[in-house]
Design a protein around this ligand. Structure first.
Ligand code: SF4
Length: 222
């Protein structure tokens, strides 16, 4: 018999009939209080805790009631449970002052972009990466919007993606502040939402409008 259960934002039914939820970890950082709650929840016999490649944690194996209960506990501990189709947090490498190769403070950039843009609705998917140097450990060079740290500022790349036919992003600018990065990303997200109505990546936007027009639209006021 199919269960008739109310749809709860953030609780996703899986193919096996169980429910999952995902928490965001801005800058890939897990706070102690959230970790304690995760430890408690993951003691459940069928619960699996999966660390995604997007620096999030997915919890699998709930029944409906247990999923709602887990969500409440996590939110009370300060975790952000992902509920809507909006800009997710950037994938961020450790950067300065921790990595010996880093040119830039990636956590400061990741936090700023998340604070400014996290709840901006976009078509799926606009993936963001921030790397502190050209080694691109966070794969910023194959993201829809990537920032690659240089000695001075960041290179801005757009239109990269993975998948069956991966593509490197195209370099469109160099920026020197978090504010500039957020302005360009915000304009890109708005243009993407306006022009592309179905599931696609920024690469499709570039194919539709051409790279020069996309650059004009997102850089001109820059
Ligand atoms: S991308 Fe560069 S700065 Fe970031 S972790 Fe890798 S080597 Fe370090």
């Amino acid at each position: 018999m199919v269960e008739d259960l109310k749809i709860v934002p953030g609780l996703l039914v899986q193919k096996d009939g169980t429910y999952a939820l995902t928490i965001e970890l801005p800058n890939g950082i897990l706070k102690a209080r959230v970790l304690e709650v995760l430890a408690e929840i993951s003691k459940g016999p069928d619960i699996r805790l999966h660390i995604t490649v997007a620096q999030k944690i997915m919890l699998l194996g709930f029944n409906h009631e247990a999923g709602i209960e887990a969500m409440k506990k996590l939110e009370a501990a300060g975790a952000v449970v992902r509920k809507a189709r909006d800009l997710s947090h950037p994938r961020v490498c450790v950067g300065r002052p921790y990595c010996k190769l880093a040119f830039q403070d990636t956590f400061a950039m990741g936090e700023y972009l998340y604070e400014k843009l996290a709840r901006q609705v976009t078509p799926p998917k606009l993936k963001i990466g921030v790397s502190g140097c050209p080694a691109c450990c966070s794969w910023a060079n194959v993201m829809d919007f990537g920032l690659v740290g240089q000695r001075s500022g960041y290179k801005v790349l757009i239109g990269g993606h993975g998948g069956a036919r991966p593509r490197t992003g195209q370099e469109i600018a160099t920026i020197s502040s978090e504010q500039e990065a957020a302005q360009i990303l915000g304009r890109l997200a708005r243009l993407f939402s306006r022009e592309i109505k179905r599931k696609a990546r920024v690469d499709r936007l570039i194919k539709k409008l051409g790279i020069e027009r996309v650059k004009r639209e997102i850089l001109d006021a820059h």
